[in-house]
Design a protein around this ligand. Structure first.
Ligand SMILES: Cc1cc2nc3c(=O)[nH]c(=O)nc-3n(C[C@H](O)[C@H](O)[C@H](O)COP(=O)(O)OP(=O)(O)OC[C@H]3O[C@@H](n4cnc5c(N)ncnc54)[C@H](O)[C@@H]3O)c2cc1C
Length: 533
C-alpha cells in the first residue's frame, strides 16, 4: 500500500476523494483497488477558503506502486500499523488495578493474549456510575468511590473524549480502531480533531468491557485495592476491599493503572517500597466564552463554511519562567464538578458529541514545579492540590464553585457580577476572585499571560469571559519509577502504568501506556526462561 497527500474541499464524498488522488498522482481511476483515508486535518486561515489536508492510503497493482515509489513524487510507503500481542504462556492470571483508559487497554491486550486478566475497579459500571455522578451534580451528594474520577472508564468517561494522537504508531492505531469497533464514528480513525463525546463514551467503554469478558477476562467493580503482599521484593498477592469483605488475590503480576486522583493508592504503593519522585504539572482554572464567539475569533471568515465548533490551543512563556497554557479545551461543552474527595472543589471540562452547548471552555493553567510544593516529599504535589481544592470549598462553604468575570480579575476588582456568559458548572457558582483560592504566583502569571494569549488569538481576553476554578488535577504530580521493562524499580511483578504513574496525560497516551505495559508483562512471563521474573 502507498500513501499520498491530497487537498479536499470541506464537503466531499468518497468519489471526490478518489478523484482528488487520481489527479494528484496522477493515476487512472480504474487502477485503484482500495482507497482509505488515514489522516485528515482542517486548514483554516480565516480567509473564507477552509479546506482539509488529507492523507490517503491506496492499494494499486504492485508494479504500479513500485513505479510510483521509485519516482518518490508525492507518494511513500504506507506502514503496517496492525498490532496483536504476543501469546501469554504463563500459568497464572495477571491482575489489572483500575479500569480507566490505561487499565482498559492493558486488560484488553492481556485478554487478547489469552492471559484471562482479572480487573479490579474501585468504582461502579457505567450504568450505575452515571447515576452517582448525577446525584452529585444535581444534589451535591458525593460518592467518594464512584464519581467523575473513579468508576468504569476512569477519568476519561465523562469528558470531551478528545483523541490527541500526534504521529501515528501501531499502539495508537490499536486504541483508535478499538474505539471504532466499539461504537465510535469512523472519523476517529483519521481525523486529527476526533473526539468521542461524553454522551457516547459510556456505551463505548461498556462494549470494550464486554469484549474483555468474552475473551476470558473478569472485571470486578466496587473493588478497591488497599494492600499488596510483597516477599523478597516480588509481588505475590493483591488485597482488595469489596463492601465489608477483604479479599486476597494471589498473582505474580499486576498492572497498577489507578489514575492521578487515587492519592490513597499511591500512598499505599509508596509504603510498599515503590520509588517515586515529584513532577511538575499545571494549576489554574476554567475559562468559558460563548461558543459562537470562539468560533468567530478562531475561524474568522471561514466560520460560515465550517460546521464543527472551534477549538484552540494557546501557550505563552513568561519572563518569570512559568508557562501559561490552555488545556483540555472543550468546544460547545460544560465545566464539570470533578472532585473525588469530600469538602473539595475541582473543575474540569466535557462536551457532548455534538459540541453544541452554549459555552466553549478550557483550562487555563500555570506550570508549577516541585520547587513550588514547599517540601522535598515525593507526594508533596498532592498536598498542594488538596490545599487549593479545600480553600475553594471553604470560600463557598459548599460544592458551589468560585467564579469571576475575566475583566474584573484582570483589573483586580474585589467584587464581580456575572456578565453575558453564564457559568456552566452544574452545582452553581458564587462570585469570588481566583486570588482567594490560588497562590499569588499563579494569579500573577495568569494576569501577565492574558495580553500575550489575546495577541495569539485576537479577542480571547473577552471581558465577560467567566473564570471558574480551581483546576488542580491536570495530571499527576508524582512519577512512580519503573525500569526499561516497565516494572516498578526494585519490585518484581508490579507494573505502574498510565497517568497516575506519571507516564501519560490524556486518553490516548494513557491507553497506549497500558498496552505497552501489558505487552512487557506478557513477554516477561511467557519467556522460556522465567527465572529472571
Ligand atoms: C472531566 C475530564 C475530562 C477529560 N477530558 C479529556 C479529553 O477530552 N481528552 C483526553 O485525552 N483526556 C481527557 N481527560 C484526561 C483523561 O481522562 C485521563 O488522562 C485518563 O483517563 C487517564 O487514564 P488512566 O487510565 O491512567 O487513569 P484514570 O482514567 O484516572 O483511571 C484510573 C482508574 O483506577 C481506578 N482506581 C483508582 N484507585 C484504585 C484502587 N485502589 N483500586 C481499584 N481501582 C482503582 C479509578 O476508579 C479509575 O477508574 C479528562 C479528564 C477529566 C477528569
Amino acid at each position: 500500500m502507498i500513501k499520498t497527500e491530497i487537498k479536499l474541499p470541506m464537503k466531499y464524498n468518497r468519489e471526490s476523494l478518489i478523484l482528488a488522488a487520481c489527479e494528484a498522482l496522477p493515476i487512472d481511476r480504474t487502477e485503484i483497488r482500495e482507497a482509505r483515508l488515514i489522516r485528515r486535518s482542517l486548514v483554516s486561515v480565516g480567509d473564507g477558503k477552509p479546506y482539509y489536508k488529507a492523507t490517503l492510503a491506496l492499494s494499486l497493482d504492485a508494479d504500479r506502486e513500485a513505479g510510483l515509489l521509485k519516482m518518490r513524487k508525492k507518494v511513500s510507503e504506507c506502514p503496517d500499523l496492525s498490532f496483536s500481542p504476543p501469546h501469554f504462556r504463563a500459568d497464572f492470571r495477571p491482575v489489572v488495578v483500575g479500569f480507566g483508559p490505561a487499565g482498559i487497554f492493558a486488560a484488553l491486550t492481556l485478554a487478547e493474549a489469552g492471559a484471562r486478566p482479572i480487573v479490579l475497579e474501585r468504582g461502579l459500571p457505567v450504568e450505575e456510575r452515571e447515576k452517582r455522578i448525577e446525584l452529585f451534580s444535581e444534589l451535591g451528594i458525593l460518592d467518594t468511590e464512584c464519581n467523575v474520577q473513579f468508576g468504569e472508564g476512569g477519568a476519561g468517561t465523562y469528558s470531551d473524549g478528545k483523541l490527541k494522537c500526534g504521529a501515528m504508531d501501531k499502539y495508537k492505531m490499536k486504541v483508535l480502531s478499538t474505539f471504532y469497533d466499539s461504537g465510535a464514528d469512523e472519523e476517529v480513525l483519521f481525523s486529527t480533531a476526533a473526539h468521542l463525546g461524553t454522551d457516547r463514551l459510556p456505551d463505548i467503554v461498556r462494549n470494550i468491557r464486554e469484549k474483555i469478558i468474552s475473551l476470558g477476562g473478569e472485571v470486578i467493580f466496587g473493588a478497591r485495592v488497599c494492600d499488596l503482599t510483597v516477599s523478597d521484593g516480588t509481588l505475590s498477592a493483591v488485597v482488595y476491599e469489596k463492601g465489608s469483605e477483604r479479599i486476597t488475590l494471589d498473582t505474580r503480576a499486576a498492572i497498577f493503572a489507578t489514575g492521578h486522583s487515587a492519592r490513597d493508592t499511591t500512598l499505599m504503593l509508596r509504603e510498599k517500597g515503590l520509588l517515586m519522585e515529584a513532577r511538575g504539572f499545571g494549576i489554574g482554572l476554567r475559562i468559558e466564552h460563548p461558543r459562537e464567539y470562539i468560533d468567530s475569533i478562531v475561524y474568522k471568515d471561514d466560520a460560515p463554511y465550517i460546521d464543527a465548533s472551534a477549538s484552540y490551543h494557546l501557550v505563552t512563556h513568561l519572563p518569570n519562567g512559568r508557562s501559561v497554557y490552555s488545556f483540555c479545551m472543550c468546544p460547545g461543552g460544560s465545566v464539570v464538578a470533578a472532585t473525588s474527595e469530600k469538602g473539595a472543589i475541582v473543575t474540569n471540562g466535557m462536551s457532548p458529541h455534538s459540541r453544541g452547548m452554549d459555552n466553549s471552555n478550557a483550562a487555563l493553567l500555570v506550570s508549577v514545579t516541585p520547587n513550588d510544593f514547599g517540601s522535598e516529599d515525593a507526594l508533596a504535589g498532592f498536598a498542594l492540590q488538596e490545599k487549593i481544592e479545600k480553600d475553594a470549598y471553604s470560600l463557598t462553604g459548599s460544592y458551589r464553585a468560585p467564579s469571576f468575570r475575566l475583566s474584573d480579575f484582570l483589573e483586580r476588582w474585589q467584587t464581580s457580577s456575572q456578565g453575558s456568559v453564564a457559568p456552566s458548572y452544574p452545582l452553581g457558582t458564587e462570585m469570588h476572585s481566583p486570588d482567594r483560592y490560588l497562590d499569588g504566583y499563579i494569579t500573577d502569571s495568569l494576569r501577565a499571560a492574558m495580553p500575550e494569549l489575546d495577541s495569539w488569538l485576537s479577542g480571547y481576553g473577552y471581558p465577560d469571559a467567566i473564570l471558574t476554578g480551581p483546576e488542580t488535577r491536570s495530571t499527576s504530580p508524582v512519577r512512580i519509577l519503573r525500569d526499561g521493562k516497565r516494572v516498578a524499580t526494585g519490585r518484581e511483578g508490579i507494573y505502574p502504568a498510565g497517568e497516575g504513574a506519571g507516564y501519560a496525560g490524556g486518553i490516548v497516551s494513557s491507553a497506549t501506556d497500558g498496552i505497552r505495559s501489558a505487552e512487557q508483562l506478557i513477554l516477561a512471563y511467557s519467556s522460556l526462561d522465567q527465572s529472571h521474573r
